[in-house]
Write a protein that binds this ligand. Structure first.
Ligand code: SF4
Ligand code: SF4
Length: 159
């Protein structure tokens, strides 16, 4: 009998098809924010300074297929990286599934609506400045912790 459970509950990250993998991204844009690393502790801190290619309103990459030409160090997430990247936000679809959690109600795969991630206040929408407008020396002035908001069940895991 076919499983009636959605694929993110039944497949591991490594078992997903390319389309399933891509759809697991909720479109929050949080991983496109610049981060600062403490050289001594290795701890990573978010800033609200966005990558030059991030559209601060839609939270989409402005040139995703060709982004490496502009941003060579843009990370292409893989299942292995989800395991090792400690800074992935707690709300990130990849992190949630990797850690054995369900997706929240606002994830587009659950709601059927790409806008709910913005409506729920999860995404970077309207909260960023572009790195084009800030010198690297000033990144420290933009440290922020809202991308790391720990979500509890009141934020609505699906049952
Ligand atoms: S943090 Fe995760 S869910 Fe959000 S845009 Fe990045 S990969 Fe997608
Ligand atoms: S190049 Fe695109 S996907 Fe990569 S960090 Fe920048 S906005 Fe995000």
């Amino acid at each position: 009998m076919m499983s009636t459970e959605p694929y993110w509950k039944t497949k591991s990250l490594a078992e997903m098809t390319t389309v399933e993998w891509e759809n697991l991204c909720d479109g929050c844009g949080l991983c496109c924010l610049n981060k600062l690393e403490d050289w001594e502790s290795g701890e990573v801190f978010f800033t609200s300074v966005a990558c030059t290619l991030l559209d601060g309103e839609t939270c989409q990459c402005k040139d995703y297929p060709n982004r490496k030409a502009t941003v060579p160090d843009c990370i292409q997430l893989t299942p292995d990286q989800v395991e090792t990247l400690s800074w992935l936000p707690p709300s990130c679809g990849y992190r949630l599934v990797h850690e054995g959690h369900d997706l929240y109600w606002w994830h587009p795969l659950v709601s059927g609506d790409p806008d709910t991630v913005h409506q729920a206040g999860i995404s970077a929408k309207g909260r960023t400045v572009s790195e084009d407008d800030v010198s690297v020396d000033e990144f420290e002035d933009y440290l922020c912790d809202w991308p790391l908001t720990v979500l509890d069940d009141s934020a609505g895991h699906t049952p």
